[in-house]
Design a protein around this ligand. Structure first.
Ligand code: ZN
Ligand code: ZN
Length: 189
C-alpha cells in the first residue's frame, strides 16, 4: 500500500493493490460551485480498491470501491438572507463505481435499494475530486439559516432586514387607493 499523491485512482494500479489516500486539500483544489465554498483545509482519507463483478462465464466488470471520510468547514448562503454562513461538514462514504456503459442494456435489470449507491467512472480511472465534490454537496443541510430568527430579504426592495430596516412592511398607501377612497366619500356625501 502507498499514499496516492494525485487524486486519480487508475484501474491498472488498483488491480495491483488497494490504494490508500490521506489528503489535506486547500480551498480551491475542488470547485464546489455556488452552493458551498470551502473554508480552510478539507481533510479526507480512505481507500480505493477494485472489485471484480462476475457476470457470467466471460464478462467480468471491474468496479472501484471507494471508502473513506472527509471533514471540513464550508460557507453556504443563508436560506433567507443569502449571507454566507460557516458550517462544519463531516461524512463517511462507501461507494461503488462501475465503468460507464457496464449497465447499458443488461439482460434483466433489477433495481434494488442498494442500486442507488452505485456511480460510474469514465475511461480507466476515477477522480477523487469528483467523488468528494458530490459527497460534500450531498451532505449539505437542506436549509441553513444565519440565525434562527433571520428576518430575510425584503421581497419588495431587496434590503437585508437584519441590517437595513426598510419601510416596505407597512407599505405606504398606494395613491390610487387614496384617490378612490376620496371619490367614494364624495359620492356618499
Ligand atoms: Zn439570514
Ligand atoms: Zn423593503
Amino acid at each position: 500500500m502507498f499514499y496516492a499523491r494525485i487524486m486519480e485512482f487508475k484501474i491498472v494500479e488498483l488491480e495491483r493493490e488497494p490504494v490508500e489516500f490521506n489528503l489535506e486539500l486547500k480551498p480551491g483544489a475542488i470547485d464546489f460551485g455556488e452552493e458551498a465554498e470551502q473554508v480552510g483545509e478539507l481533510d479526507t482519507s480512505g481507500q480505493a480498491e477494485v472489485i471484480h463483478e462476475h457476470r457470467g462465464p466471460r464478462e467480468i466488470v471491474a468496479d472501484i470501491r471507494l471508502k473513506g471520510r472527509f471533514a471540513g468547514r464550508f460557507e453556504v448562503p443563508c436560506a433567507r438572507c443569502i449571507e454566507p454562513v460557516e458550517i462544519p461538514l463531516e461524512a463517511e462514504f462507501d461507494l461503488i463505481f462501475r465503468p460507464i456503459g457496464a449497465d447499458v442494456d443488461p439482460p434483466e435489470r433489477s433495481i434494488t435499494a442498494s442500486e442507488t449507491e452505485i456511480g460510474y467512472y469514465q475511461g480507466d480511472s476515477l477522480m477523487l475530486e469528483d467523488v468528494l465534490r458530490e459527497q460534500v454537496l450531498l451532505s449539505l443541510p437542506a436549509r441553513t439559516l444565519c440565525k434562527p430568527d433571520c428576518k430575510g430579504l425584503c421581497p419588495r426592495c431587496g434590503a437585508n432586514r437584519n441590517t437595513q430596516p426598510c419601510s416596505c412592511e407597512e407599505g405606504p398607501k398606494d395613491p390610487r387607493w387614496e384617490a378612490l377612497t376620496g371619490l367614494r366619500s364624495r359620492i356618499k356625501s
